[in-house]
Every structure is written in structure tokens, then in C-alpha cells.
Design a protein around this ligand. Structure first.
Ligand SMILES: Nc1nc2c(ncn2[C@@H]2O[C@H](COP(=O)(O)OP(=O)(O)OP(=O)(O)O)[C@@H](O)[C@H]2O)c(=O)[nH]1
Ligand SMILES: [Mg+2]
Length: 325
């Protein structure tokens, strides 16, 4: 097991895989022996196949989820809730698990995969789930699945494409959890949490089949397309046998500062592992006002207000109707 450099700050990270993608991503990380505690939850028995301690949470209420989490999270102070949104299991269970994590005083980082653009019918559910998860998380990291279509050259069958995506996300998350080895420079989770203070960040991952510089250039282009008014802070890091060199950091930071503005804070990191392949990833923390592609239309209407649990109270909004007494 590789250490995750977080022990000093309070125990092992708890990684919770939720639904098909979440369970697969967490499963990849566990297979690769990333030192963390693992928990798997779904409404679909198939997602839990071969996962020790996998929980079919169909029919569980909030208090059952919370009790389970209390037992599993003993000795951990940070949790990663990993889920794909837009389907059933992830959208339904991720908010509940995030809520249970924060109720157990865990620093909660939720990693949420957004549906493809063509899956319009999933957007509403994904948006609502995202908003709910956000309410219970210290930081939300969204991964737009669309990024993997734009750069995928070969035609993959759908299930292989999903598996490839989940593998890349696992590669990127792994680097946040394993401590710096050899020449690698540790990416501190604390820094990541600080970056996410505004509440949201996005993760972009590139494999290096087109070369390291092309991967890096693709990330820089992506940051640019997000726009300087949206991006607060950027972390670029690699995981695998290829570290980011000083020159690459210097050139890309000149480019990024030129595109995003001098005041944009940039961080670089590399995790060196024995693996032959590498990925390069970027986490961009976004200003609170940034609208993601998938958003909750209800939250949009309510703004800072929220619906009362007690429906009679209603909303304190002047409807402009003259009183009829
Ligand atoms: N065909 C296929 N689709 C997947 C796969 N993984 C994710 N998806 C799609 O992504 C959506 C949401 O992500 P998932 O991680 O699967 O979420 P889920 O909670 O398991 O969703 P459901 O399976 O619909 O309950 C799903 O509804 C599927 O459309 C996969 O391995 N194969
Ligand atoms: Mg599923």
C-alpha cells in the first residue's frame, strides 16, 4: 500500500463509490492499491459484484445510511463520494451519502460525472442531484463526460467508452490520494480543499497518446474556453511515469496567464508511479457564479432561498397580487 500523506491530518481517506461509474472508479483505485478505505453503494446489485462490503441501499432511509457511514468512517476525516449523475443510483444515493458524511464531520469532496451532451433527458435529474450534493459537500469536483468524446479518436462500444472514462478518472483521483514518491511533488489535499472553497471545481483528464505536450496544450485550450471570468485557480498535474518538467510548467503558465489574466493562481504537481502510462489532469476551481452545463432549474429560480420543509409556510416572495380583503 502506498501512503497517502494524509495520515498526519487524521487517518485514511474514505472513498465511496456510488452507482455503476462510482463503484467502478473506486474499484480501479482499490485494485491499484491506493491506500484508502473503500465503500461501495448502489441500487443495482450488478455494480456491487465482487466488491467486498458492497451495499445495496435500495429502500434505505437517511438514518440507515447515516448509521452505516458512522461505522465505516471511523478513523477517517476525509471522504470522497464518487458518482455518475443522471441515472438512478448515483443521483439518488450520492446526496444521501454526502449528507451522511458531513453529518459525521468528515471533510466531504464529491466527485460527480456529468452525462454526455446527447443525454439531454438526464440533465434535469443530474442538475437536481448536483445541487443536493453541493449542499452537503465541502467541495464538488465535476467531470464532464463530454470531454472524453471530443478527444476520442477511435470508435468504442459504449460500455468500453464508459470503462475507459472511469479508468481515466481513477488515474486522476489516484494522484490526489497517493503521497509524492521519488521526484514527485505531493499534491496536498489541503490545497485542493482550499481551491474548492468557492464550492465548485472541474476536472479534465488527458491521456498522453498524442504526446505529453499535446496533452498539456489541450488542457490549456480547455482552460481558455472556460474563460478568464470563470476560472479562479488552476492545478495541473501528471500521474504516472512522466513528470511535468520545469520548462513545460513555465511555458504553459505563461500561456495560461496570458489567457486567463496575470492574477490567476496556478499550481503544478507530478505523481511519479511505476506505471508505464501517464495521464495529465487539470483541476480548475470556478467562481461561484459560474453556471455548469448541467444545473438545477429549481435552484436557479429560488436563488439563495430554499423551499420550506413545511409547505404551508411557502416562500416569502411578493407575488404582486393586491390583497383581497
Ligand atoms: N451502457 C453503459 N452506460 C453507462 C455505464 N456507466 C455509466 N453509464 C451511463 O451513465 C449514466 C449515469 O451514470 P452511472 O454511473 O451509470 O449512474 P447509475 O447511478 O449507475 O445510473 P443507472 O444505472 O441509470 O441507475 C447511466 O444511466 C448510463 O446511461 C456503463 O458501463 N455502460
Ligand atoms: Mg448503473
Amino acid at each position: 500500500m502506498r501512503g497517502n500523506g494524509l495520515e498526519a491530518s487524521g487517518g485514511r481517506v474514505l472513498v465511496i463509490g456510488v452507482g455503476t461509474s462510482g463503484c467502478r472508479i473506486a474499484g480501479f483505485m482499490q485494485q491499484r492499491e491506493v491506500d484508502a478505505k473503500y465503500m461501495y453503494a448502489s441500487l443495482d446489485e450488478e455494480d456491487l459484484f465482487g466488491k467486498e462490503g458492497g451495499l445495496n441501499m435500495s429502500g434505505w432511509d437517511d438514518s440507515e445510511v447515516q448509521r452505516e457511514l458512522e461505522a465505516v468512517s471511523r478513523g477517517s476525516s476525509t471522504a470522497f463520494v464518487v458518482a455518475g449523475l443522471g441515472g438512478s443510483s448515483g443521483s439518488y444515493l450520492a446526496p444521501r451519502l454526502a449528507k451522511a458524511c458531513s453529518a459525521n464531520d468528515l471533510k466531504t469532496i464529491s466527485v460527480l460525472l456529468l452525462p454526455f451532451k446527447y443525454q439531454k433527458w438526464m440533465e434535469y435529474r443530474a442538475g437536481v442531484a448536483l445541487e443536493k450534493v453541493r449542499k452537503h459537500s465541502d467541495g464538488v469536483l465535476t467531470v464532464d463526460r463530454e470531454q472524453f468524446v471530443e478527444e476520442s479518436v477511435e470508435e468504442l462500444p459504449l460500455n468500453r467508452l464508459y470503462e475507459m472514462i472511469d479508468g481515466r478518472v481513477a488515474d486522476a483521483l489516484e494522484a490526489l490520494l497517493i503521497g509524492g514518491t521519488g521526484r514527485g511533488q505531493a499534491i496536498e489535499l489541503r490545497k485542493l480543499l482550499k481551491m474548492m472553497e468557492s464550492g465548485q471545481a472541474t476536472l479534465e483528464v488527458r491521456d498522453l497518446s498524442g504526446g505529453f505536450d499535446e496533452g498539456l496544450a489541450s488542457l490549456v485550450r480547455r482552460a481558455y474556453s472556460m474563460g478568464s471570468s470563470e476560472v479562479d485557480e488552476v492545478l495541473i498535474y501528471s500521474n504516472g511515469c512522466r513528470p511535468i518538467t520545469f520548462d513545460q510548467a513555465r511555458f504553459s503558465s505563461e500561456g495560461l496567464k496570458g489567457l486567463l489574466g496575470e492574477e490567476t493562481r496556478l499550481h503544478y504537481g507530478s505523481k511519479l508511479t511505476e506505471r508505464r502510462s501517464s495521464v495529465i489532469a487539470m483541476i480548475a476551481s470556478l467562481k461561484r457564479t459560474t453556471k455548469l452545463r448541467v444545473y438545477d432549474p429549481v435552484a436557479e429560480v429560488l436563488g439563495d432561498r430554499s423551499l420550506d420543509d413545511d409547505p404551508e409556510q411557502g416562500l416569502d416572495i411578493d407575488l404582486g397580487i393586491p390583497s383581497l380583503d
